[in-house]
Design a protein around this ligand. Sequence first.
Ligand SMILES: Cc1cc2nc3c(=O)[nH]c(=O)nc-3n(C[C@H](O)[C@H](O)[C@H](O)COP(=O)(O)OP(=O)(O)OC[C@H]3O[C@@H](n4cnc5c(N)ncnc54)[C@H](O)[C@@H]3O)c2cc1C
Length: 386
Amino acid sequence: MQSKLDRFPEIREAVGALCGRFPVEYWRTLDESRAYPEAFVDALTKAGWLGALIPQQYGGSGLGITEASVILEEVNRSGGNSAACHAQMYIMGTILRHGSDEQKRRYLPRIATGELRLQAFGVTEPTTGTDTTKLKTTAVRKGDRYVVHGQKVWTSRVQHSDLMLLLARTTPLAETKRKGDGLSVFLVELGTAIGRGMAVRPIRNMMNHETNEVFFDGLEVPAENLVGEEGRGFRYVLDGMNAERILIAAECVGDGYWFVERASAYARERVVFDRPIGKNQGVQFPIARAYVNVEASNLMRYRAAELFDRGEPCGAEANMAKLLAADASWEAANACLQTHGGFGFAAEYDVERKFRETRLFQVAPISTNLILSYVAEHVLDLPRSF
Ligand SMILES: Cc1cc2nc3c(=O)[nH]c(=O)nc-3n(C[C@H](O)[C@H](O)[C@H](O)COP(=O)(O)OP(=O)(O)OC[C@H]3O[C@@H](n4cnc5c(N)ncnc54)[C@H](O)[C@@H]3O)c2cc1C
């Protein structure tokens, strides 16, 4: 469906044409077997779309976050799911902003071509959850290496990555001045790590989403794979979050339009009591309201993206865009499912698949409550609650 807010028609057309080669039947079949969309990710990579944010000097296309967000929006709007590969776009930002020249030269060009996939990010841990600064995985320096012990959970796409960005504690919490200190970021080369101090156990989950428990038992990471300064990793990770929030907001917007379009089409066609169900305002209004909210959240997504691309502070806007868009896509998902009645539950209509996929964004990569607490504390100057 079209929106007057649609920008970058050339990007939309090209990405839309690529997505057209991977119709909903493709995603549905993969969903049944919980298989990775390898052919789709390969095509998106080869067309250069996943290297959108990498500067041209490193072989990427050097586009802004606005254009990048349009790419992922189109994937979700076509009925697909960007979560299979969106991280390839933004995880490299940590190397770009904080890596050494040598790391940038060594990795970025090969990430841009897709020869290397850097789309795994190990932050969340089973016992500490959202309270990131309490994470327990340690990396202890021994000569020219760091030795890692600990555990991560929900580390997505590890089995389809060559590199993982790992956040681990290098100074015990008790010895730090501030709770964000003492954490460091490492680039783990998965080909040599798995089976040599690192083990991966897949987590079967609600969607077709490749995600894992990861165990470290003496994994050795060369000291040259430390990104930036030791002890400043938490700040580096925070730096990347605005980009992630804006891109996820765009995916939600794409989902939202998909649900609204599907719901409207079905409501026009489905005849019950000798008239299209869409003639009933009880059916129309939830779809119309969902559309209003998708459009409104889309405005906030563009606003956050614009600030980001101008290099201006955009933490509040990026968080608000993500919250509004995740809420709007979830509302649209509910309206779409309800409009389809019983058929909404049938896999062949794809509504239940997209419904499951868009539900994730209420929780990951950041839960709605945590965004509200950010806005309360940092925008409204309310007392810190934790
Ligand atoms: C499919 C999937 C893929 C993921 N991929 C990745 C990945 O690639 N890398 C990665 O590092 N992580 C990943 N995650 C983890 C994700 O970021 C976390 O699940 C999310 O941040 C929430 O953390 P948690 O699950 O530990 O919940 P918890 O921190 O245990 O929180 C549970 C609930 O309590 C609420 N809550 C907690 N504290 C407060 C508070 N102070 N005030 C109000 N509410 C509160 C939360 O909002 C949440 O709803 C993924 C998760 C999923 C489900």
